[in-house]
Design a protein around this ligand. Structure first.
Ligand SMILES: O=C(O)[C@H](O)COP(=O)(O)O
Length: 207
C-alpha cells in the first residue's frame, strides 16, 4: 500500500534570522543553532522511523544545508535531490537586509505585519504570499505531488513563506487563517495524503 508521505521542514536558524533581518532571496548561512536544529530534524524523523525516496529544496544555501544535515542523520546521504527556484523564500524586495524592529519603527507595526503576514499585500518590490503561492504551487502540482501520489516518500526543505504557501493549499487555509499559521525553524510537519491529493493526517514534530 502506498504511503503518500510528504514531509515539509523549514531550514534551521540562519544568520539573518538571528540578526532579525528580512532575508527573502538573500543567501545567509545557518548559525550554529541552525545547524543543530537541522540535525535534530533529521534525528527526530529517523527516530520516528521515517525514510525518504526523494527530496526537494530551494536554490538557497540555508535550505540546502538543512537538507544535507538532516540526510546525514537519516543515514540517507546520496538521496536524489531536486533544487528549484520555485521553492525559494518569498522575495522580500526592498525590505531584504533591513532589521524587522527598525522597519516597525519606520513604517509602523501594522504595515510591517501586513507585509509579513497578509495574503495579498506585497512588500515594496517583493512578493506577497499570493505571489509566492503562484510561484510555488505549479511546481508542487507538477513535480512534487506526482511523486507523492506514485508512492515516493518525499522530503521538502524550504522556507517559512514558501512552505506557508504550500501549507495554505494543503491545510485549506483562507487568506485570513493563513496569517496565523507560523512555522518553526527545523520543525518537520508530516502529511499523509489521500489518493485524491487532499490531506489525510498532519503530524507536527515541533518542540
Ligand atoms: O525571509 C525572511 O526574513 C524569513 O525567512 C521569514 O520572515 P518573516 O517571518 O518575516 O516572513
Amino acid at each position: 500500500m502506498s504511503e503518500r508521505l510528504l514531509v515539509l521542514v523549514r531550514h534551521g536558524q540562519s544568520e539573518w534570522n538571528r540578526r532579525n533581518l528580512f532575508t527573502g532571496w538573500r543567501d545567509p548561512d545557518l548559525t550554529a543553532l541552525g545547524v543543530e536544529e537541522a540535525k535534530k530534524a533529521g534525528a527526530r524523523l529517523k527516530a520516528e522511523g521515517y525514510q525518504f525516496d526523494i527530496a526537494f529544496t530551494s536554490l538557497l544555501s540555508r535550505a540546502q544545508k538543512t537538507l544535507d544535515l538532516a540526510l546525514v542523520e537519516l543515514g540517507q546521504v546520496g538521496l536524489p535531490v531536486m533544487k528549484d527556484l520555485a521553492l525559494n523564500e518569498r522575495n522580500y524586495g526592498d525590505l531584504a537586509g533591513l532589521n524587522k524592529d527598525d522597519a516597525r519603527v519606520k513604517w509602523g507595526e501594522e504595515q510591517v505585519h501586513l507585509w509579513r503576514r497578509s495574503y495579498d499585500v506585497p512588500p515594496p518590490g517583493g512578493e506577497s504570499l499570493k505571489d509566492t503561492v503562484a510561484r510555488t504551487l505549479p511546481y508542487y502540482v507538477t513535480e512534487i505531488l506526482p511523486k507523492v501520489l506514485q508512492g515516493n516518500r518525499v522530503l521538502v526543505s524550504a522556507h517559512g513563506n514558501s512552505l506557508r504557501a504550500l501549507i495554505m493549499v494543503l491545510e485549506k487555509h483562507t487568506p485570513e487563517t493563513i496569517t496565523h499559521r507560523e512555522l518553526a525553524t527545523g520543525a518537520p510537519v508530516i502529511y499523509r495524503l489521500k489518493a485524491d491529493s487532499t490531506v489525510e493526517s498532519i503530524t507536527d514534530l515541533a518542540g
